[in-house]
Design a protein around this ligand. Structure first.
Ligand code: FES
Length: 199
């Protein structure tokens, strides 16, 4: 059993960080861990987390905790996937070459940054100063985003933006793409986060 939730549109994971004070009042902290059972303590110490993704619909995101960090699993739509190859000129590191050993496992060093294109698995922590970016999946003009916004994530702290593969846009404070954690598919509906092979 694992703690997991499908994110509602207005619910945003806020992690404790040096820039938490910069987050606007419109964001609501969502307590994630209500109690620590022994298995949860083990998980906080680094044990892998098994996640059931069978309820995740196209366009939805769920968040699970691994090593005290929020890990996002996004089921991308065909439209969201189709736009990714067109974004390369706008991105700081489109092929995820920077700090690849820490941020992008070999099996995610591709355009989608994923094992299965449909599912994005990334650590939801900005690579600038550690805030948690918010979902901005709807493309098009909107506050704090360019008119040609293709859909992705916006970090509220200092305005870094990431595409639907967690790749950071050029000329933003965040230096790197979002981290892809080690993970492996146990079946079509279950992912193990924190391990690349089942022990
Ligand atoms: S923490 Fe500064 S832009 Fe995300």
């Amino acid at each position: 059993m694992t703690d997991q939730k499908i994110d509602g549109g207005k619910r945003t994971w806020i992690i404790a960080s040096s820039c938490a004070g910069a987050i606007g009042a419109g964001f609501v902290a969502v307590p994630f861990i209500k109690s620590f059972e022994p298995s949860e303590r083990a998980r906080a110490a680094g044990a892998p987390v098994e996640v059931d993704i069978s309820a995740l619909k196209p366009g939805e995101k769920m968040t699970v905790e691994w090593r005290g960090k929020p890990v996002w699993i996004v089921r991308r739509t065909p439209e969201q996937l189709a736009v990714l190859p067109k974004l390369d000129p706008l991105l700081a590191d489109p092929l995820s070459k920077r700090n690849a050993d820490e941020l992008t496992p070999p099996y995610a060093r591709n355009e989608d940054r994923s094992i299965k294109p449909e599912f994005l698995v990334v650590v939801g922590i900005c690579t600038h100063l550690g805030c948690s970016p918010g979902d901005k999946f709807v493309p098009g003009p909107q506050p704090s985003l360019p008119d040609n916004w293709p859909g992705g994530f916006l970090c509220p702290c200092h305005g870094s933006t990431f595409d639907m593969a967690g790749r950071v846009f050029k000329d933003k404070p965040a230096p790197d793409n979002l981290e892809v954690p080690p993970h492996v598919y146990l079946s079509d509906s279950r992912i193990l986060i924190g391990e690349e092979k089942r022990a």
